[in-house]
Design a protein around this ligand. Structure first.
Ligand code: PLP
Length: 290
């Protein structure tokens, strides 16, 4: 399908979050296949709080003018008016993103009504196939954006893989029941089982911070990666951006990954996801790595 064009092109690539034209040029020079134009990277959204909305169109236009690679931008979940505005600006893809504050707790954007392709986040196969049935041309794991902790991205990638294997093991009668359990259209689940993968391009996102993180997720079978805070919250963004872009190409070669991991400054400091969960449950979180 024409709409999936950019997603197909991005396959085997890395998409980087940027907040200025200068960062966009760093990303392009490092070998990013696209950039995501943002007001704040997820780590700052988490830290500063407040309602996170679509980026100022002026900033998006400046970033579009600064690079030759495709430019994506985020709308809030269910905020079809933000999506319409982003489409009118001529962005290459819209990310209907949980990183921003959701605008609708029950409905996602009907993505079939747009010409611009959409990418959506998913934690499991049910979410992924619901987003695809709504018209998403690309899926990414939700992970836990802004933490620098890869654990949730790994959980989501493994969950989707496991549920696809489950679907493949079922006979047609059982597959109807599984479609009901996942709350997804039967035909879409059947096609996914036949393909042995999601029927659209599937990237990892949320917490990736090192070349090794890139390799881990690609070895778990994703088609490419989004890196948000991991690059521009590190101590040497140009070096890290190049190393992580190279890691996408060489993800199967530990020797090259060792070289890429060397002397690239400090990774973003980050917040372990499990420490946050303990804090959220009122338990002590001062023990560090526990
Ligand atoms: N993810 C987020 C962040 C949401 O706010 C919502 C609410 O609708 C969902 C997922 C729901 O997704 P689904 O309808 O696929 O369960």
């Amino acid at each position: 399908k024409v709409k999936a064009g950019l997603a197909q092109m991005a396959k085997g690539g890395i998409i980087m979050d940027v907040t200025t034209p200068e960062e966009a040029r760093v990303a392009e020079e490092a070998g990013a296949c696209a950039v995501m134009a943002l007001e704040r990277v997820p780590a700052d959204i988490r830290r500063q709080g407040g309602v996170a909305r679509m980026t100022d169109p002026k900033k998006i236009k400046e970033i579009m003018a600064a690079v030759t690679i495709p430019v994506m931008a985020k709308c809030r979940i269910g905020h079809f008016a933000e999506a319409q505005i982003l489409e009118s600006l001529g962005v290459d893809m819209v990310d209907e993103s949980e990183v921003l504050t959701p605008a609708d707790e029950e409905h996602h954007v009907d993505k079939h009504t747009f010409k611009v392709p959409f990418v959506c986040g998913a934690r499991d196969l049910g979410e992924a196939l619901r987003r695809i049935s709504e018209g998403a041309a690309m899926i990414r794991t939700k992970g836990d954006a802004g933490t620098g902790d890869v654990v949730e991205a790994v959980r989501h990638a493994r969950t989707i893989n496991r549920q696809i294997r489950t679907a493949q093991s079922l006979d047609p009668t059982e597959l109807y029941r599984y479609a009901k359990e996942l709350q997804v259209p039967y035909d879409l689940l059947q096609r996914t089982a036949q393909l042995g993968r999601l029927p659209v391009v599937n990237f990892a996102a949320g917490g990736l911070a090192t070349p090794a993180d890139v390799s881990l997720l690609l070895q778990l079978g994703v088609d490419g990666v989004f890196v948000g805070s991991g690059i521009f919250k590190s101590s040497d963004p140009p070096k890290r951006a190049r190393a992580m872009a190279q890691a996408v190409t060489h993800y199967k070669d530990p020797k090259i990954l060792a070289e890429l991991s060397e002397n690239i400054g400090d990774a973003m400091f980050g917040t372990p996801v499990n420490q946050q969960k303990r804090s959220a449950h009122g338990e002590a979180s001062s023990s560090g790595s526990g």
